[in-house]
Write a protein that binds this ligand. Structure first.
Ligand code: GCB
Length: 646
């Protein structure tokens, strides 16, 4: 007998139908993205950059309202459709913008737009029999839904980490009438309380496909992911310096496949057989003193080749260790002082004034930013406040800059109590580490910036820290902490300090608040932790070209004085092991309203938006030249003979 339907059953059935038709519910074909492939840049790739058509959809009607069949993913060529219904869009007639690119930069009218935008490209590719294909997005801000030939592949949340979908079957099964595939993407950068970052942050909310999109082609059985870990003999896990390789194969021939890992430059190689899950584990012993270590002064890298069946890949990586000992930071066992500078992922503009910089960096943009840091005689960059494009970390490896890389767990209003937000942070952290674990330049993973001292946040960040320790035990963990102010006494005593390797604090005394830079030399720093501390931010706004009075805020002179005083104070604090002023260049921010001095630029750059130096640039360079001469050879009294912590 059929069960009677209750009102609530009818209501829930109705709700499900409504959700389905409104496009808010994932459909049957919806899939989570596949795990991205390690080392995208050494794969066979079809670059899908170029001019993509776009439709701005502030009312979200693309999938939400079927009345006029505004189902944008369908990519129907001509209105009306086959059944004679009215179509109120036409992809071929839609305007185009450059991908990769942020719509706020690419389209003047979209400078301030936050919402949903649809984008479409077409591409031709005949997949060879036996090959497999992955559609890879290096970064799209913020929530992205992907449709290939009208079929929804799935969605991804988060603006700064890569994601991929396997599309082998889609490409094989669905050739379009004109021989081209239709790729439609819906990107939504609406700010949300449960997102990361949450709704309030001090940079531009660039939306769209801000990093490259490509089709990666691999053999049927291929090297999917791998980790190569350099171990020093004295870390207790290796008897001589060694490289531990774990290689994961995917495909019908994975189990039992022979995998070779070699260092042609050192004449070392080993072979192993993949287990039933496709995993092979190999240790390569390295000649004890017969290899060059990576350092900013000598950024030596080795090619490591991995071969398995029809697939081969080359990783270029530096060999170095990073550790702490007491309040010391050690690079390759030697004390090091971080002469740093903070950076956002935003290119220099061609002109000064009311322009929109590019978020999508090409190699030349990234190199220009990092060279400006090198010209300061910096040995370190803090890539704030989210994982930057892979181009940055790859260039930092080759140019010789140590790196801080972080996830956008930023400020007070993150939903620390929501499981969704914690899952998201963990996923971002994992994706950041997976993408960049072979970059010798990265010495610090940061889990947060200026977060409140609450129990919920403590539990949230402790989960992230233990994730990092499990996922990458070879690097140090940090977070930019809030300081407790007691007049001029500054206490770095956040309970999270117990869980971190390096404590970081941002200090703006002399800029925010009533004190002037004259107060800075009188600051007294205290911490209960015997760990290295770095000043991860300090800065003052300066209107480029406004100068002449060092006592007046917004002048270049004031900014230079602020930087000078803070540097002088910092190098006098015995446990401070690094300085990274905020920030290399002026950057766009919608919360910088001052009509005369800011005009929606955060003006704390040492360079203006086009790269022209303000006075403070030379001030910092002088400091770094002096420090480079004096340190890192200087060791302070606490460098005991105890073994390194990490
Ligand atoms: C901070 C934030 C940074 C801001 C900066 C500022 O503490 O971490 O994102 O841009 O201050 O300019 O106030």
């Amino acid at each position: 007998m059929q069960k009677p339907r209750t009102l609530s059953m009818w209501l829930s059935a109705g709700l499900l139908a409504l959700l389905f038709w409104s496009g808010f519910m994932p459909c049957a074909a919806d899939a989570q993205p596949a795990e991205p492939l390690t080392n995208l840049y050494d794969r066979t790739r079809l670059d899908l950059s170029g001019e993509w058509h776009y439709i701005v959809d502030p009312m979200r009607t693309g999938v939400a309202k079927r009345k006029f069949r505004r189902d944008f993913p369908a990519d129907t060529p001509e209105p009306p459709d086959a059944e004679g219904r009215l179509l109120e869009y036409d992809w071929d007639a839609a305007p185009t913008m450059r991908v990769p690119g942020a719509w706020n930069t690419e389209v003047d009218a979209l400078r301030w737009y936050e919402g949903l935008v649809w984008m479409r490209t077409r591409f031709a590719h005949d997949l060879d029999p036996g090959d497999r294909a992955f559609l890879v997005f290096e970064g799209a801000n913020y929530e992205t839904q992907v449709f290939l030939n009208g079929t929804r592949l799935g969605m991804h949340e988060g603006g700064f980490t890569p994601f991929a979908f396997e599309v082998t079957n889609h490409l094989a099964a669905a050739p379009r009438p004109d021989g081209r595939h239709s790729l439609v993407v819906a990107v939504d950068n609406t700010r949300r309380r449960d997102a990361l970052p949450a709704a309030d942050f001090d940079w531009w909310n660039y939306g769209g496909l801000t990093r490259p999109v490509s089709l990666v082609i691999v053999p049927e059985t291929f090297i999917h992911t791998y980790t190569l870990t350099f171990r020093e003999a004295d870390d207790g896990r290796a008897s001589s310096p060694a490289l531990d390789a774990v290689v994961n194969l995917d495909g019908p021939g994975a189990a039992g496949q022979s995998v070779r890992v070699s260092f042609p430059g050192l004449g070392v190689e080993e072979t192993a057989t993949a287990d039933a899950t496709g995993r092979a584990t190999v240790r390569l012993e390295l000649p004890a003193d017969g290899f060059a270590r990576w350092s900013p002064g000598a950024p030596h890298r080795y090619a490591v080749e991995i071969t398995a069946g029809d697939d081969a890949i080359t990783e270029r990586m530096g060999l170095r260790t990073v550790a702490t000992r007491g309040t010391q930071l050690l690079l390759n066992g030697e004390p090091v002082f971080l002469r740093g500078i903070c950076l956002h992922e935003e290119a220099f503009t061609d002109e000064e004034g009311d322009t929109m910089p590019r978020r999508a960096l090409d190699w030349a943009d990234a190199e220009r930013l990092l060279r400006a840091a090198k010209d300061l005689n910096a040995n370190f960059v803090r890539l704030a406040h989210y994982p930057h494009t892979e181009k940055m970390t790859r260039l930092a490896d080759s140019l010789g800059l140590m790196v801080w890389s972080e996830v956008p767990v930023y400020w007070e209003d993150v939903a620390y109590g929501r499981p969704h937000t914690l899952d998201l942070a963990r996923e971002m952290l994992r994706a950041m580490i997976d993408r960049d674990r072979h970059r010798a330049s990265i010495i610090l993973w940061s889990v947060a910036n200026e977060t409140p001292r609450t129990d919920e946040r403590l539990a949230f960040l402790r989960t992230l820290i233990s994730d990092v320790r499990r996922h990458d035990p070879t690097r140090l963990v940090t977070a930019a902490l809030k300081v407790r102010h007691d007049g001029l006494v500054k206490r770095v005593d956040d309970p999270l300090g117990a869980d971190l390797d390096v404590l970081a604090v941002n200090t703006y005394t002399g800029w925010y608040g009533t004190e002037t830079p004259d107060a800075i030399p009188n600051l007294r720093w205290q911490t209960p932790y015997a760990k290295p501390v770095v000043f991860s931010e300090f800065g003052a706004g300066a209107m480029p070209g406004f100068s002449g009075d060092a006592t007046r805020r917004w002048t270049e002179d004031f900014q230079a004085r602020f930087i000078d005083r803070t540097m002088e104070m910092a190098v006098g604090v015995p446990f401070v092991r690094g300085t990274m002023p905020w920030i290399l260049k002026d950057f766009r921010s919608p919360r910088r309203y001052h009509g005369r001095y800011q005009q929606y630029w955060n003006r704390k750059g040492l360079l203006n938006e086009a790269g022209r130096p303000k006075q403070a640039y030379a001030t910092l360079r002088d400091w770094y030249n002096r420090l480079a001469d004096e340190r890192p050879s200087s060791t302070s009294s606490d460098a005991s003979s105890s073994p390194p912590n990490r």
